[in-house]
Design a binder for this molecule. Sequence first.
Ligand SMILES: [Zn+2]
Ligand SMILES: [Zn+2]
Length: 360
Amino acid sequence: MSNTNTSFVLQKINEISFEDRAIPVAGPGEVVVNIKATGICGSDVHYWTHGSIGHFICKGPMVLGHESAGLVASVGEGVTHLKVGDPVALEPGVPCRNCEMCKTGRYNLCPDMKFAATPPYDGTLCNYYKHAADFCYKLPQGISLEEGALIEPLSVGIHAARRGNVKLGDRVFIFGAGAIGLLTAAAAKAAGASHVTIADIAESKLNFAKTYSADKTILLTKKRAEGQQSNDFARQMAEEILAEEGVEAANVVFDCTGAEVCVQMSVFLVKNSGSIVLVGMGASVQSISVADVSAREVDVKGVMRYCNTYPTAIEMLSSGKVDLKSLITHRYEFKDALKAFQHVKEAREGTIKVVITNDQ
Ligand SMILES: [Zn+2]
Ligand SMILES: [Zn+2]
């Protein structure tokens, strides 16, 4: 193990550099993890190129990365479930544990959440990261550290499926065939969905989705006619989609794009009394047909990250209910982290998930 703590630091918009930071010391209830694998997420890249996401604004240097796994390097006082050398997946957000949301089990909604690589908290792209021991989950034999890192995006899918209350035999429709759409599909399938349709504007992503978790894929190609209202266009598109063979109105629609037209289409693709789950992040204000939502008793549900998903994810991986390995299309060594970020930023064709590996 390295005796330095090289860290990948966002200095300001479009400026990242490696810094040698002090190796952290585990306090009571904490462990220090030697980070070995980190998935790159759209949000990491967004902080790099924009310096903010919504009301989270980078005001000083911040280490990037939040989808990580590694080996326990040191253990603080009172930690009994982990020992040095254990492989662990890191759940990157640590809540206050005391507020109403924490106490009722919805700790992802804690107002005092400290989440890796969400300003002002440093992320995990470093050699050594200090973390609350109870948010580090030991990986059983047979689950790699790379898979452990991708438990973070899988968690988003698991939580989304739970929010949508996916049940046995449900038909599911998903907008977006990126990693989150694919993992939401996988989680919905594991929860009992009988048929999953995934729609996207990129054919290459849909080709992968067909081999991964989609029963049916739909390539969205149409453009809105000049002067046509977005919601009218959405209604027309949804009618065309529902006319396709093998597609029926869905019990649950997941939007993993954040695009307004997809959210608008969701209203017309969901069954009466069904649910729309908003997983993607797009424009903060969007319009949908409230008349349809109301008259047809459609539940529109928000998603804020996830909670209580890591143990579930580990069970799913152990029992082969989900495959994370095939999502990793590209790997970079830690020293080439900037290249990895560039790769994700350029959204290169054939990319699902880019992982940074660190043998330091
Ligand atoms: Zn992420
Ligand atoms: Zn709390």
